[in-house]
Design a protein. Structure first.
Ligand code: NAD
Length: 297
């Protein structure tokens, strides 16, 4: 069997278009654009690239972005002061503090200073709690939300399926498990201490790999016909000297021989993350303004 390749780019384009339409409706209804504040502390090149692409995506969806680039030696108190100002700013619907923060800052304290209703990354403990108890007010982390979107588009009803999520991070693994549980999957969370992971993975109808280990999940780990979602983004040496390439946590070609459907890297989960950031921002704007939830998002 050769698995269907799940096209995350196309799915992300659809979500971005819906977010753009909702942003236009918001502007027509309220007289102001949806606003996203992005905060970058220091000059980490990867973070600069991420922030730039998020801001470009915002512009394409006719949302406004307000960018704050702070020097690496900014004090935590100054950053908390900025977060407080953004919380109080009516033009700001979403606040994104790019992680990682410099080591002299406590990232959890900074994230938890964000108004949960503007926490469009969904990392605040209040949003984690809302997700855990099934509160629809939750803003859900963008990457697992994007994975769920792809899974529902591929499989429709997920109820009763056995989902194995490899990885238990607060930003991917745990919220992914919560989302699948809310869809009435039987969910197993696997991690670095899990025994006989290949055998466990082989039981999965839905296998989500969010580990950060290049091509760890092999074809032999995949149940025939399973749907495989590869969250991993790993840069490895390329075929030519000094060239690198991106691979996922799943060994694509082997897994694609067994799976029913699989996301590639790049072009699978990655594009969904920014699309879901736009979705969360426009949804947060609607909620804050008392407008009904935007259609299709
Ligand atoms: P993390 O390092 O916080 O968590 C990794 C998890 O994998 C941990 O819970 C750990 O228990 C588990 N793990 C580690 N080694 C293992 C092993 N040998 N067997 C089983 N489990 C093991 O990482 P994260 O932030 O959750 O990210 C995971 C991957 O997803 C990374 O490659 C990251 O780059 C990628 N990622 C992609 C996106 C995207 O937009 N596509 C977003 C976030 C993260």
């Amino acid at each position: 069997m050769t698995a269907k390749r799940i096209d995350g780019k196309a799915a992300a384009a659809d979500v971005r278009a819906s977010a753009g339409r909702a942003a236009a409706f918001f502007r027509a209804s309220t007289g102001r654009p949806v606003g996203l504040a992005t905060v970058l502390v220091g000059e980490d090149p990867a973070s600069e690239v991420y922030i730039r692409s998020k801001r470009v995506a915002c512009g394409e969806a006719a949302m406004e972005s307000f960018h704050y680039a702070l020097p690496a030696d900014t004090s935590e108190a100054d950053l908390l002061g900025l977060v407080a100002r953004l919380n109080a700013d009516p033009a700001v619907d979403g606040i994104l503090v790019q992680l990682p923060l410099p080591s002299h800052m406590d990232a959890a304290r900074v994230i938890d200073a964000i108004n949960p209703d503007k926490d469009v990354d969904g990392f605040h403990v209040v949003n984690a709690g809302r997700l855990a108890v099934g509160d629809p007010a939750a803003l859900v982390p963008c990457t697992p939300l994007g994975c769920l979107h792809l899974l529902k588009a591929e499989l429709g009803d997920l109820s009763g399926k056995h989902a194995v999520v490899i990885g238990r991070s607060n930003i991917v693994g745990k919220p992914m498990a919560m989302l699948l549980l809310a869809e009435s999957c039987t969910v197993t969370i696997a991690h670095s201490r899990t025994r006989d992971l290949p055998a466990l993975a082989r039981e999965a109808d839905i296998l989500v790999a969010a580990v950060g280990r290049p091509e760890m999940v092999r074809g032999e780990w995949v149940k025939p016909g399973a749907t495989v979602i590869d969250v991993g983004i790993n840069r490895v040496a390329g075929a030519e000297p000094r060239k690198t390439r991106l691979v996922g946590d799943v060994a694509y070609s082997g897994a694609a021989e067994v799976a029913g459907a699989i996301t590639p890297v790049p072009g699978g989960v990655g594009p969904m993350t920014i699309a879901m950031l736009l979705r969360n921002t426009v949804v947060a704007a609607h909620r804050r303004s008392g407008l009904p939830a935007p259609e299709g998002l």
